[in-house]
Design a protein around this ligand. Structure first.
Ligand SMILES: NC(=O)c1ccc[n+]([C@@H]2O[C@H](COP(=O)([O-])OP(=O)(O)OC[C@H]3O[C@@H](n4cnc5c(N)ncnc54)[C@H](O)[C@@H]3O)[C@@H](O)[C@H]2O)c1
Length: 262
């Protein structure tokens, strides 16, 4: 298939996992792929795989949280004939930490990659995609952007932010009628080729906690399982039964301000 012949796709976090698979898929459809990652060796590995299959790609080191690097990487894309048509924003990190003990710097570093990195990609790539006649942007949120996961408040916050940011940008593009479709995808847990999921499950906790580079929070902080020695006391039902007469509440509810919206 070559429906993307003469077109370019820009993929972040393309050095492994979903980003690598997306890059290979786009190249198989004829796109020239900008394979970008903060991990340069990973990006080169993906570009090599594409070349081995007869596709075309360039590996570029890009830290998505750095706006100057975005400008430089996209300037290289501007210099080629293939029109930028696709952005797949895969770069991301996960982090497992209890909210009460997570350092603020770790929270901010996750926001910088997952949220700011996605924002910067859309900010700089969408005008180019629109200028080349339109195309598609895909951001990678997560199931964690749809539901809460204990121990992953920071990750859930970033993935929820990606989801809503994507919806807002999609509507901006619709208003502008610039021909750019913008969607987020929400994977559950996928497995990498070597069999390790990016999102560790608590039951997968390694004996020693792993740390992201530059982070003081382990990506996995094992906690002892809660065990109760004796069965928990049964909660009393708050729903009055037909045989128990209703008693008025001890305190009267605070009246709602008429101006308070729900
Ligand atoms: N694998 C899953 O189960 C799963 C589930 C839901 C969502 N996701 C999301 O999918 C995306 C890809 O995940 P994956 O499983 O392929 O993980 P992965 O770790 O295999 O790939 C992530 C890539 O992002 C790169 N990266 C990290 N920080 C970066 C930065 N600052 N700038 C540029 N690149 C950076 C890494 O080097 C890596 O190559 C992530 O956003 C992740 O949150 C994954």
């Amino acid at each position: 298939m070559s429906e993307l012949a003469g077109r370019a796709a820009f993929v972040t976090g393309a050095g492994s996992g979903i980003g690598r698979a997306s890059s290979l898929g786009l190249a198989r459809r004829g796109a020239y792929v900008w394979v970008t990652d903060v991990d340069e060796a990973g990006a080169e590995g993906t570009a090599e795989l594409i070349a081995r299959e007869g596709g075309r790609a360039a590996a570029v080191r890009l830290d998505v949280s750095d706006e100057a690097q975005w400008t430089a990487a996209l300037a290289r894309a501007d210099d080629r004939d293939e029109a930028l048509t696709v952005l797949v924003s895969c770069a991301g990190r996960s982090m497992i930490a209890d909210t009460a003990t997570m350092p603020l710097d770790d929270f901010r570093s996750l926001l910088a990659v997952n949220v700011e990195g996605t924002f910067l990609g859309m900010k700089h790539a969408i005008p180019r995609i629109a200028g080349s006649g339109g195309g598609a942007v895909v951001t990678i949120s997560s199931l964690a952007g749809l539901k809460g996961i204990p121990g992953m408040a920071a990750y859930c916050a970033t993935k929820g932010a990606i989801r809503m940011m994507t919806k807002a940008v999609a509507l901006e593009c619709a208003e502008l009628r610039n021909g750019v479709r913008v969607n987020s995808v929400h994977p559950a847990s996928s497995t990498r080729p070597r069999g390790a999921s990016t999102i560790p499950r608590r039951s997968d906790a390694p004996a020693t906690a792993r740390r992201e580079p530059g982070s003081s929070t382990p990506t996995w902080s094992p906690r002892p399982r809660c065990r109760s020695a004796s069965p928990a006391p049964r909660r009393r039902s708050r729903i009055p039964s037909a045989s128990s007469p209703r008693t008025p509440p001890a305190t009267s509810p605070v009246p709602r301000s008429p101006s308070t919206a729900g």
